[in-house]
Write a protein of this length. Structure first.
Ligand SMILES: Nc1ncnc2c1ncn2[C@@H]1O[C@H](COP(=O)(O)OP(=O)(O)OP(=O)(O)O)[C@@H](O)[C@H]1O
Length: 251
């Protein structure tokens, strides 16, 4: 089942098209790593697809009424700062708002989703902490937990691993992969090609306004693509632990 489709999708920022005539469909169970050098349009694609930015062409998400969109897609933006001095539990509870009628209090199913999201991000001991008093990486984990608690068929995340320590990066990628394996669609922009190769079921590479490559990691991360798009050479191997991609140098 397709959770998300873009057709003839173009986005202008300033006088130029950043994305031109993109066609992309993401199905249930896919964990898509959205790759591309700085400025390739990864954030633009996700924000415009969600209807947060004007675009031409069609996005099945932005076509939905706002309330329905929030039940279909959770969004984790690149900026990870939490603005209000409220508890971690209250921040994560905000993820349940799309499922509540106006003025309705969270019920048993909401509490269960909140508890599960806190546990997935290793935040049970942080419940009552004031979110603004946490470290940058801890705040990032709280916002990821909020997106998980939203419990939507689609999860879109802009550089979710940025700022996390190695154990929490791996834990996060395990979590996102598990969400996809359970039938959700996950789209995450990533700069870490190693994490992308290891965890994503599919990589979509944006470059020069279009899709330069789209497929399983081992088919996408070729020496030619790495040199042409990323200007790097890398060690890429299939191992018992999955594909490994370690950048080695600039070409
Ligand atoms: N307000 C703006 N006006 C004009 N151009 C913009 C504006 N915002 C972004 N851009 C340009 O749009 C292009 C795509 O930006 P975008 O943030 O989507 O890239 P990205 O792939 O997410 O980059 P990064 O990896 O650096 O986060 C960039 O060239 C950027 O300079």
């Amino acid at each position: 089942m397709s959770e998300f489709t873009l057709s003839d999708f173009s986005v202008a920022r300033g006088p130029c098209d950043v994305l031109r005539d993109i066609d992309l469909t993401v199905g249930a169970g896919e964990f898509v790593g959205l790759l591309g050098p700085n400025g390739a349009g990864k954030t633009t694609l996700m924000r415009a697809a969600l209807g947060m930015m004007p675009h031409r062409g069609r996005s099945t998400l932005s076509a939905l009424p706002v309330a329905e969109r929030a039940r279909r897609a959770a969004w984790l933006p690149q900026a990870r700062e939490i603005g209000w001095p409220i508890s971690v539990e209250d921040v994560v509870t905000l993820g349940r708002l799309p499922h509540l009628a106006r003025g309705q209090k969270p019920g048993g199913a909401d509490r269960a989703a909140i508890d599960k999201a806190l546990a997935r991000m290793g935040l049970e001991g942080f419940r009552t902490r004031i979110a603004t008093q946490l470290s940058g990486g801890e705040q990032a984990r709280v916002l990821i937990a909020r997106a998980l608690a939203q419990d939507t068929p689609l999860l879109m995340a802009d550089e979710p691993a940025a700022g996390l320590d190695p154990a929490h990066q791996l834990g996060l990628m395990d979590t996102l992969a598990a969400e996809a394996a359970r039938g959700r669609s996950v789209i995450a922009s990533l700069h870490d090609l190693g994490l992308a190769a290891r965890y994503c079921t599919r990589l979509v590479v944006l470059w020069q306004g279009g899709i330069a490559a789209d497929g399983p990691p081992q088919e996408v991360l070729t020496p030619d693509l790495l040199a042409r798009v990323f200007q790097i050479r890398a060690y890429v191997r299939q191992t018992d632990d999955g594909p490994i991609c370690q950048p080695l140098g600039v070409v």
